[in-house]
Design a protein around this ligand. Sequence first.
Ligand code: ATP
Ligand code: MG
Length: 606
Amino acid sequence: MARYSAASAAIDPDRSRPWWRRMAPVVLSHKRLLFSGLGCSLAGLLLQLAVPRLVRLTLDQAVVPAITGSGPPRPLSSFLWLLVVVAAGRFAMGFVARYNLQRTSLAIEYDLRNILYRKFLSLSFSYFDRVQSGQLISRANSDIRSVQMFLAFAPTTAISMITFVAAFGLMATTSLPLAVVAVITMPGVYLTGARMRSKLFPVSWIVAARQAEVATVVEESITGIRVVKSLAAEESQLRLLARAAQRLRWGSTLQIDIRARYSPYLHNLPRVGLALVLLYGGWLAIDGQVSIGTLVEFNAYVVMLQGPFMMLGFLLMLAQRAAASAGRILEIVDEEPEIVERPGAVDLVDPVGDVRFTGVVFGYSGAGTTLQDLDLHLRPGETVALVGRTGAGKSTVARLIPRFYDVRQGAVRVDGHDVRDLTLASLRSQVGLVLDEPFLFSDTIRNNIAYGRPDADEEAIREVSRAAGVDEFVDRLPAGYDTVVGERGYTLSGGQRQRLAIARTLLVNPRILILDDATSAVDVQVEQEIHGALQTLVAGRTTLVIAHRLSTIALADRVLLLQDGRIRAEGTHHHLMATVPEYADILARAGDGAAAATASRPAGQT
Ligand SMILES: Nc1ncnc2c1ncn2[C@@H]1O[C@H](COP(=O)(O)OP(=O)(O)OP(=O)(O)O)[C@@H](O)[C@H]1O
Ligand SMILES: [Mg+2]
């Protein structure tokens, strides 16, 4: 397993601060790398600045005197050696600077990713009900990337702006008028760049949104490929993609159009500057006011100065984008999990598994009430079936026991403790949930079983596999427990997936067990096969079974009928069949023909 090193710094929680200040602790937690990179970058740029000056000295003191005989020339080789030394220094500095600064930005990216992921995992179910997970994932990725790009680029640009000022200073000490002529086109370059960016900026958002659109279509049709194919919807899916791709192309073309209009100016304005330097400088040189070496030196500076200016423009664009991205990252970071442990929450230790709802009122946020004044009691070790129409709130009842959501009124108690007074980990480790469509990870069968208890030994895994009937099919697989199941476990059959989920829950050995429609995805034949596994599972635990099928209800000692948000009736299956017409009605509507046929069979008997 990869070693996990958490980010050593956190994002500043003060929301009134600008984003870069809030992220500063994360950046500064890598200050050794950052500052060594910056130092080398500065040294390298200063060495670069020395080059034109050296060239001028070479020309003025070694070459020109030798040609014109105007004085004793100095040896050319000494200048050459100096240039070699400067170039070597620049090479070394440039390497260290680039390497360290890039590593800094990647370290920051790594930290942000971990901070964000930790946050995602801490958020409550209600948050994930609200947001689109696909959007969240792709957005988090691209937002982190754009912040990383900005952070990688900003220091280098800041340093190169210093060189700009230094170069101008050097030129000004030689000839102020020529220095002014040399930079005269720069404001033009800057303004043109600014104009281009202001036009590009909104378009870049459009393009980003359209890219996400294309990604969503592709992602949805791949994850939903079984639905697409079974409904023969390939053609309409293709049309959907073509439309999104067409919109993306339109946006990208617009982007290229703007670039194509402005880029020639951006690239050629500096050449105009160069021409002006040659013209005015040539005139000054002819007049004897500056040397030939100075002319060449200025030429080199004019070329060198373009870089920082272009970078500054690019940096401003990145900054705009990074600010928007950082805003979205911080929005997630600032999201408060709704379900939090109370200070002084206690651990649920060795519970007997007594579950009690008293006067529970509950509704999902933004919706009306789903449960109204609900009372319910599950005695330790008993198995109770919860029956109700679709949408009656059965799954909702199940979700309140491990405190996936908080009740609006009343309380849910486990062993007499209000669930809000318990630590979440201890509560949830004692409540096992088996759903109708169990989610498996694309990992080996062994790791899927051990998911809730990664430290479980082979013996324990074999034991639960035997109990859940997993061993029967695993032994027939060529790689056995090391077989990697496909995404979400699609390479296994519904019944096999279900058995794996049962084994996974058995391994955690929770006192309280909830089977939410755990057998609805499998046919009656398979259900009978996993029935044995289910019976092993419920033995000795407090179990709530949510079911439509009589055969599953038959596992229960008692049946509760949920209607209009409260328990409408309660008793044995037999008793309810005889006395509550709605109950018989629901079972009949569940489409289980067997229900009516075997209706007279008392519950509790298999
Ligand atoms: N995460 C959610 N956010 C908002 N509303 C929800 C959420 N889950 C369920 N609901 C709503 O709450 C009500 C009860 O849903 P619940 O899933 O508990 O029904 P159920 O009895 O389990 O139905 P089924 O038998 O179809 O599984 C429904 O009206 C449903 O639309
Ligand atoms: Mg349900």
